[in-house]
Ligand binder design. Structure first.
Ligand code: AMP
Length: 423
């Protein structure tokens, strides 16, 4: 199977060739011909499967015939809308639109919250056929009269499951009500549970269904390993691993924003070039951290699940679960950051006695145990008893503080967090 045989126009094939892609990934091979033909699509595909190109290439292909090289804003009405759960994903999808669309006179722009609205308004005034947006800020622009959807032809909901997790369903419904009913609709989601199914049936007309990511699948080519260690020695073990290998690019997951910041600070003190990325950081800080990580200026990026969602970093070699997630599916999402599109990757989980139940749940989802590897010098103290991990206000969190005990007794655990849905 080649890209040429999918029916894409020469301008797109040229851009794909320049990216060095030789063959379409399964989701691309299955989805692209139907999308070119104008069908609706329900794609069960998570990050790492090549899903972004699977919807971006046919989207560009369909918009291209009426693309206009004129600079007049009137010649660049909104024709496609891609909704994403996070700013990072919006930026990365738009980067893909630009990459694959570089030989076409189509314009694109991003709309997301947490940054000044004025440059976005100016970009909308200049005109863009393709909008990549998070739901909340998109609605703000609409309410202020900055955009109209009367000319919309294509709608994409990317990572729809995560948008629902983040509480965006009401916003999505409001947006759907603004769009012309005659359009092509595409829904991407890693999972297809009840709510997503309902949304899909209200949104899609006679869709093609492509499923390349069953719920319990983990990325092929990812070596998974559990490293047993006491909670209080996790940081020392992580620094040891990063330095001893050495790891040149590693994404580290914590459960909370506070935990991410604290760990990044501690790693810096250990002499490791690290930064944290999470929802409390300003947009410029997040962009800088991601750029530094991509360029190699920092080796270690510490992230929460929500912030990391949608981070697209080519062929990330290492993912470390500094703390296991409370939701087993998040483990699958996390390790999906590595070993993508055929590359080899390694996912290491630092697991203390308190997390054995979480590990069991993850292994239950995977339907197999994960190999354990004991790093000499970091053997857990067998006399330490498990303590319950406190689920925070929104059902996530760290270990409870014992009355009178300092937070850092064994203390690398994070405090109960809040899961915020920022757009
Ligand atoms: P995605 O699943 O869209 O996040 O894409 C995952 C990664 O795979 C991105 O870094 C893409 O650049 C890369 N990719 C997408 N399609 C292909 C392909 N056909 N061959 C090789 N790499 C690809």
């Amino acid at each position: 199977m080649s890209f040429e045989s999918l029916g894409l126009m020469p301008e797109l094939l040229r851009a794909v060739r320049e990216q060095g892609y030789e063959t379409p990934t399964p989701v691309q091979a299955q989805a692209i011909p139907h999308l070119i033909a104008g069908r609706d699509l329900m794609a069960g595909a998570q990050t790492g499967t090549g899903k972004t190109a699977a919807f971006t290439l046919p989207l560009l292909h369909r918009l291209a015939p009426h693309a206009n090289p004129s600079t007049s804003p009137a010649r660049h009405p909104i024709r496609a809308l891609v909704l994403t759960p996070t700013r990072e994903l919006a930026m990365q999808v738009e980067e893909s639109v630009r990459t694959y669309g570089k030989y076409l006179p189509l314009r694109s722009t991003t709309i997301f919250g947490g940054v000044n609205i004025n440059p976005q308004t100016a970009a909308l005034r200049r005109g863009a056929e393709i909008l990549v947006a998070t739901p909340g800020r998109l609605l703000d622009h609409h309410q202020q009269g900055h955009l109209h959807f009367g000319t919309l032809e294509i709608l994409v909901l990317d990572e729809a499951d995560r948008m629902l997790d983040m509480g965006f369903l009401p916003d999505i419904r409001r947006i759907l009500a603004l769009l012309p009913p005659q359009r092509q609709s595409i829904l991407c989601s890693a999972t297809f549970d009840g709510e997503i199914r309902k949304l899909a049936s209200s949104l899609l007309r006679d869709p093609i269904s492509v499923d390349v990511a069953p719920r319990n699948a983990t990325a092929q080519g990812v070596r998974q390993v559990v490293l047993p260690v006491d909670a209080g020695r996790k940081r020392a073990l992580l620094s040891h691993l990063i330095k001893a290998r050495p790891m040149e690019q590693v994404l580290v997951f914590t459960r909370t924003k506070h935990g991410a910041s604290r760990l990044a600070d501690q790693l810096v003190k250990d002499g490791i070039a690290a930064a944290a990325i999470h929802g409390d950081k300003s947009q410029p800080q997040r962009i800088k951290a991601l750029e530094d990580f991509k360029s190699g200026a920092i080796t270690t990026l510490v992230a929460t699940d929500i912030a990391a969602r949608g981070l697209d970093i080519d062929q990330l070699p290492h993912v470390v679960n500094y703390e296991l997630p409370f939701v087993p599916e998040d483990y699958v999402h996390r390790i999906g950051r590595t070993g993508r599109a055929g590359a080899e990757g390694e996912a290491m989980s630092l697991v203390c006695v308190d997390e054995h139940k979480l590990l069991k749940d993850i292994e239950g989802l995977l339907k197999r145990p994960i190999t354990q590897l004991q790093i000499p010098g970091f053997e857990p103290d067998p006399t330490v008893k498990a303590e319950p991990l406190l689920k925070g206000r929104a059902g996530q969190g760290g270990r409870p503080r014992r009355a009178g005990a300092p937070t850092t007794t064994r203390g690398e655990h994070s405090r109960a967090p809040r899961r915020t849905a920022k757009s």
